[in-house]
Design a protein. Structure first.
Lengths: 601, 288, 601, 288
């Protein structure tokens, strides 16, 4: 059977089977062959030992989500079969190592035993199993051989040339063994790629954020390592110095955000990136940025919490702290990236908003998106304006008022070394010059100033267009009966489920805003229109986004929560939507779904 | 450290005075430190538009408001990482960090140790009054053992921190101690600190007459470092800071070593001015 | 005229006029004379210099609020008149120093010039002005002389005996000068106190919290100084060691909460106290306490924010961070103290809940309540059960499961040195034994466990009675047409305004819960009943409590916001209520008040 | 430090092993430290129910799970203030804090300095691998200058911290250095540390073969302190820690001074057992 998408999962033991690096090589080479790809991976929190899995979904058309049941499972050991067997479709393909375990009896699909360990030992390759497996996969599914080899060379060629050769040998060994020993035709094969255009880019969500930030003019980064945000620090450390910027690993997250605030005071677009525990630590300094009106961008890549939680698993549970995390009334703009491509645009967007409104902007992503690699069309950086903060003019020179009470709430910001307008910024309440002032009138006025900026941001954000604004999928909204309202990385699964259902003629539409605060409430109300039910899927227990939308719209929403550290699958979204589609349209929504529903995951 | 072209009219100490009137108690030691800072700024002819005075929170951390340069009063204990951000972003600026013993050695102690080892070209003046002034007289990390305050009514049980030893152990490249009662000497130290290419730590003994009036206690103990003292010898500096008689003042230690910005940055230009044309498309192409 | 309450304000320059210490002495002595008292004070954030004010309201009956217009203003200098003149009732009494300024022409009430400075110089008293003023006040208003002197002796007798004598001289000098030079009868005089019962206690809100915590068994405290919470640290440092407890000033707030978590793991009831900036810093460790299920109590005394804000001013703007401040899903119980008396009970309550549910409890108070001194009847500590956390039994000894998935969500907690049940607590997600576990099933189950505890708390809290439960004031709820729903220290003004209106026959009722999370939503719905309008006054800009109630009840609420760093006055509450009472009852509430209202303060 | 009555059956090192299997990479230095800890615990016959092992976050901070005593893995960098809370709450417990160089000297550095000056009776073993293991190989505060990692691709520009110097400058009362490759010696140091009444700081050099394999680099440099070395002399200790040749191991410094709990607490009983009957009514009467 020729299929449009193929979903392959590699499961093994961390530090032994190198399933992740095999997956990375496979991903890049499949993408270079012209397919669209979308990956998902989970690591243990241990460095070595513990189960890892890497999953690649390749398609002829764009693949917005991680997919549902696996087409192919490559199990390096028995535990991998036990962990992932259930995820394999009944008629799927299992590739296992007969040296590790027997073909599982209960499995009714096609099972191929490939003696990975033995072949690797025969070749005297200590870490060859993964490339042998790739070779076998290629032989079976007719993947092009060339790009795999080229990818290995690209990835390791400079640093470890001997590695390239041993990998080539391993690849060939797996390939040839499979050609010789497995004659059956595999049950499904991916259709040929669309060869009419160049291969797309292949990036991770975190790489896209870095590229977007650099495109927006970010030239200062400071951070402290933390999973799953560390690679933003690492990428910045690599990219910034050559283009004249600076990157800096600090002693902790407080120092990171503090130095970012300092760099911004000195006139540079600056950013930090962290995850939950570090984000909690940054709350005080974020309040200072709001109070002193300093533009800063903070990326928070969410992982399962609370506390240290599950550092290598995903969750969408840091929305509340992003919205409300600081003491006092300290508005912040909150964005959530929806895909790898969107990560690029939202990073640019974050700088646009932060410079325009002179306040902190928080960009949320999560473990699944940060570490997702996916194909994307070359982004167009001109789609997002690159702006600079408002600066003092000659008029301001005498008696410069840094915190002048303007109508928009935004006032010109002098930069040391560039503007002859010295002033002292402070976290204390202050008058228009910046001097401490505790009178009721001034406190109210400055609170209003900071609030108005934010409220004005809501207006600006109202008519955002693609790629920055709300994304809509599925049936035309006027015809839809059931809606799905999602945020962040859940966008992909929702898109896939809803588009598929709409293609089947089902009246389902979806809306996914990127700007979470200020929420595009009007657009959401418009979407809600005459929908019978609005489902809000999110990977958390209490429905943080649903509560936020309710607080802003008073809509009745149906929460679909999953909280096991893994993303939704399209099938889960579809199942929930179907509950409401099968119900008679006459019944009012409230009766269909009197209480909020929770699906454990 | 940025010097102005000599064509501009010479600035006097009073020209560095801002319109905001100091809110310190009469007799507060911090007045002496502020006076020294005005003097030092004038002597170096610092350009107010290219100078940033950064602080944390405390009585002493109010200082930036009183100086007619750029200033930033940050959060309690965070003066140094903010100052480092400013300096890396624009190495052409003169960055002076100020604060108190609570701000710098209690909540902010770690940032001091890490600033020191990175050696950014910043001068950090700590007004040490051995007490928390702004919060009304609690024990600070430099308060003497047994110190009775509202927060330690039975006497403090914590051995005080030795800030100079701390800085030296962390690898500071310039360490000096002055006394707010001797603003002339303190002025010299501040000038030397700002001119030192690297992190200059200056402990300015600055009594708090309201909550712990140490003027009379300290004055007789203040003395210069011994004759022939060599500020190039770290072990000698340590033996001076561990002395338990007297309060030696002066330049304890100086060493030149690469500064943070010389490492972190490829050029010494303000990041805003960096000319490298960045082509995001070229970067993106690398991911194909 | 004989009056039931008298409102006196002392305004002067910090560090010069000693208005605050005069106020403290006056308060204590008036209370000892048998009156009820209620104070309010604002300091500058400077140590010396800057305007301070101290206000005492004394009454024959309990005085729940700071009152409205001043009856008496004692202005130590001209600035004090300028700042506070407007607050003085037109027919009020002004006492001023003619050495500082002339009697203000625009003032139509009674003005007495008392040469405070000259008298003090004549007596060669460097700091005598304040006691001279008290002497004059006593002479004019017929305050009892004896208690003032006794109070001075109590306060300073031991430490500075010479001070007692010089103060006595100053008091007498003021008294005699006024007797000699002012013959007029003052326009109002306080009625004689009710002498049938003993004088009540006089405590500050912070002192009441400390007493309540000690009564609940708190034996460990750690804190870092911060206004307006420092005196909790100071009081604990004084009180704990003599009763065998320990108190500890840490290097910062993170260390404070960390050591409290450590002390609690070692089996001791432990607490910390802070204000906004410190509370922001504690968020990460609070998440650990939720995750590891460690009982801790955190007092957050709110001051005006964001950032360093206005440390000596009040605001009710830390509700959001209290509810939502940590990353991940980390439920916490949130209480808000409503009065000095309630501070005692809620502190006990906090320990009751924290030990019962093994989770962090946040007790909110604010600058105005922390530093308010008021009379209160002797609290009854037996009204709040003192409980200990659930401990392992003999059955648990083999294969002890610290995080057993019980129905209630609460599982027995072993204490080192007391229980032979070693286990390792962690901020990682864990299995029932406490070992790290990242499986979806275990993460869901443990999130549910932690969530269920909290949800069960909601049930327990539903039928709380006085003093812990909701306080209700004013007209019988069945008869009320307009309701006021308040929280925290705003309770007092609301009570006063609503009781007065109800006494006038107006159909107004108020409800003030102490438990904010989980919110007693049913009780609030019951209160809402058929009310035409529900007004939610709070001292913040965005209506944090109103939003929280809406999220929990979907009620339509009318926000009344004031945000200048000062509390509401009863008149402001009354004015807002009247807007809705004068409207015809036929009109629907939504038309009466289509948008939220904001009153600047 | 709590010792058990000798009547109970003697515990062997393996009895301190928990059911949780170490998750460290094969060859990780931390195995050696764990083995030393088992040995030390058995030698001192620590009662598992009266011993608490506290840690932060990092590979090394996983250790408490592997020990069959009470344990608490806290948040990154917060091991010491938590351990202090445990100890003050119950001075009868043996409290052992463990962690890594990032946990202890980067984010947690300030808590170390302040713990040191307070001198709680806690033993703190830092497994120093000069790298961030758990987050996969970034530069740590003890990494050498110029160190190339993913977070410092052009080489680290920060002079490394000298943790022993730091502890000595902060007034530590016990400072020792061991090597995970010599678990016998390390066992001795841990026993001495636990038996020392006060804060015992032990830097355990513990290589990370996965991200910075220093076994071969360090082993030839490890050497005992010179003969006749006097651990009572702080200046001598400092001159040893500042040496730039070799990695001396052993007991650098020991001094007895009052401990935190001897100050903070009136009695040495667990707070839970405090007998003082507290009469809240009597307290409240004081406010009349
Ligand atoms: C996070 C935080 N914690 C506590 C405070 C309260 N606070 C303000 S200043 C200060 C200490 C001041 O002492 P020091 O730094 O020695 O300055 P001084 O007033 O003595 O000059 C404290 C604890 C704060 N503003 N922020
Ligand atoms: C607040 C916070 N910031 C960052 C992290 C991520 N993190 C976990 S361990 C670690 C450093 C580990 O290094 P080290 O302490 O040296 O331990 P090792 O793994 O080398 O033993 C970091 C940065 C975290 N868990 N929490
Ligand atoms: S309290 Fe002390 S430190 Fe603060 S201004 Fe007054 S004298 Fe100076
Ligand atoms: S990464 Fe390094 S420190 Fe961590 S377990 Fe592996 S070898 Fe040990
Ligand atoms: Mg101080
Ligand atoms: Mg390490």
């Amino acid at each position: 059977m020729i299929v449009d998408t193929l979903l392959v999962r590699l499961g093994g033991e961390s530090g032994i089977d190198n399933a992740i690096s095999a997956g990375d090589v496979l991903t890049l080479s499949v993408a270079r062959s012209g397919y669209h790809v979308h990956t998902f991976r989970t690591y243990p929190a241990e460095i070595k030992g513990g189960p890892v899995m890497f999953q690649l979904r390749a398609g002829v058309q764009p693949v917005p989500s991680l997919g549902d049941k696996l087409d192919v499972l490559l199990a390096f050991n028995e535990e991998a079969w036990q962990l992932h067997g259930e995820a394999l479709r009944p008629d799927g393909v299992l590739i296992f190592d007969p040296g590790e375990h027997d073909a599982p009896r209960e499995f009714g699909g096609t099972a191929y035993g490939v003696p990975l360990d033995r072949l690797s030992k025969d070749l005297n390759l200590r870490k060859g199993k993964n490339l042998i497996a790739l070779g076998a996969l290629s032989a079976l599914f007719g993947f092009d051989f060339q790009p795999i080899q080229a990818t290995v060379k690209d990835k390791f060629g400079r640093k470890r040339p001997e590695f390239v050769e041993s990998n080539r040998i391993a690849l060939m060994a797996g390939f040839e063994w499979a050609k010789e020993n497995i004659q059956d035709e595999v049950p499904f094969r991916l259709a040929a790629p669309d060869s009419t255009h160049d291969p797309e880019l292949v990036m991770s969500g975190n790489q896209a954020i870095v590229a977007g930030a650099l495109a927006a003019g970010c030239r200062y980064f400071a951070g402290y390592p933390i999973t799953p945000a560390s690679d933003i620090l690492e990428e910045m450390a690599k990219r910034l110095p050559p283009i004249g910027g600076a990157s800096f690993q600090t002693e902790d997250e407080i120092a990171a955000i503090a130095s970012v605030v300092g760099a911004s005071i000195a006139g540079v677009k600056a950013m930090t990136a962290t995850s939950g525990p570090g984000f909690s630590l940054m709350q005080e300094m974020l309040g200072l940025a709001t109070m002193a009106e300093v533009p800063v961008v903070v990326v928070n890549s969410m992982r399962a919490g609370p506390s240290t939680g599950m550092p290598t698993k995903m969750e969408q549970a840091d929305l509340n702290i992003a919205l409300y995390g600081g003491h006092g009334e300290a508005p912040r703009i909150v964005l959530a990236a929806r895909s790898v491509e969107d990560s690029f645009y939202q990073a640019m967007h974050a700088f646009y908003l932060s410079e325009t409104f002179q306040m902190p902007v928080i960009l949320l992503t999560d473990q699944s998106l940060s570490h997702r690699t996916a194909t994307l069309p070359m982004p167009d950086p001109y789609r997002v304006p690159v702006v600079e903060r408002l600066r003092p003019t000659a008029e301001d020179a005498g008696g410069y008022q840094r915190y002048r009470l303007t109508e928009s709430g935004v006032s010109p910001m002098g930069i040391p070394g560039f503007d002859a307008t010295p002033f002292t910024a402070t976290g204390l309440e202050h008058d228009e010059y910046g001097a401490p002032n505790y009178t009721p009138a001034m406190h109210s006025a400055q609170l209003d100033k900071r609030g108005h900026k934010f409220e004005r941001a809501a207006e600006v954000l109202c008519d955002l267009e693609y790629p920055l604004g709300c994304h809509a999928y599925g049936a035309p909204e006027a015809e839809a009966e059931v809606g799905v309202l999602a945020w962040g990385s859940t966008a992909g699964v929702v898109r896939e489920a809803v588009e598929e259902m709409a293609a089947e003629g089902l009246p389902v539409a979806a809306l996914v805003p990127a700007v979470i605060n200020p929420l595009p409430a009007e657009r959401i109300m418009e979407f809600a229109g005459h929908l019978r039910a609005i489902i809000v899927p999110e990977v958390n227990r209490t429905g943080q986004f649903a509560a936020w939308v309710k607080a802003n719209t008073e809509l009745h929403l149906i929460s679909l929560n999953k909280y096991g550290g893994l993303p939704f699958t399209p099938a889960e979204i579809r199942a929930k939507v179907m509950e409401f589609l099968v119900a008679k349209p006459q019944e009012p929504a409230a009766e269909l779904q009197p209480t909020e529903e929770v699906a454990h995951g | 450290m940025a010097r102005e072209a000599k064509t501009k009219p010479k600035l006097l100490p009073k020209d560095y005075k801002s319109k905001v009137k100091p809110t310190w108690c009469p007799g507060c030691g911090d007045f002496g430190v502020l006076a020294s800072l005005y003097q030092a700024m004038a002597r170096m002819e610092l350009d107010p538009a290219r100078t940033v005075v950064v602080s944390g929170i405390g009585c002493s951390s109010r200082l930036p408001f009183f100086v007619q340069t750029y200033g930033f009063q940050t959060a309690h204990g965070r003066v140094l990482p903010v100052a480092i951000g400013v300096k890396i972003a624009n190495p052409a600026l003169t960055v002076i960090a100020v604060g108190g013993d609570g701000d710098g050695f209690s909540i902010g102690g770690n940032h001091l140790a890490h600033a020191v080892r990175r050696n950014p070209d910043i001068t950090y003046v700590v007004m040490d009054n051995e007490v928390y002034g702004l919060t009304k007289g609690q024990t600070s990390p430099t308060s003497p053992l047994g110190f009775k305050t509202k927060s330690t009514p039975y006497g403090s049980s914590d051995a005080p921190i030795n800030p100079m030893a701390w800085a030296l152990a962390s690898g500071v490249s310039f360490a000096a101690r002055g006394f707010s009662g001797d603003p002339k000497h303190l002025t010299d130290l501040i000038v030397a600190g700002v001119e030192h290419p690297g992190f200059a730590f200056i402990q300015a003994m600055s009594p708090c007459p309201t909550f712990y009036n140490t003027f009379d206690l300290w004055r007789p103990q203040i003395e210069a470092l011994p004759e022939g003292y060599d500020p190039g010898d770290r072990m000698q500096a340590l033996s001076q800071v561990f002395r338990d008689d007297g309060i030696p003042v002066g330049l304890f230690y100086r060493q030149e070593r690469p500064t943070l910005d010389s490492h972190t940055r490829v050029t010494a230009h303000p990041l805003r001015e960096e000319t490298e044309d960045f082509d995001v498309q070229a970067l993106l192409e690398m991911y194909r």
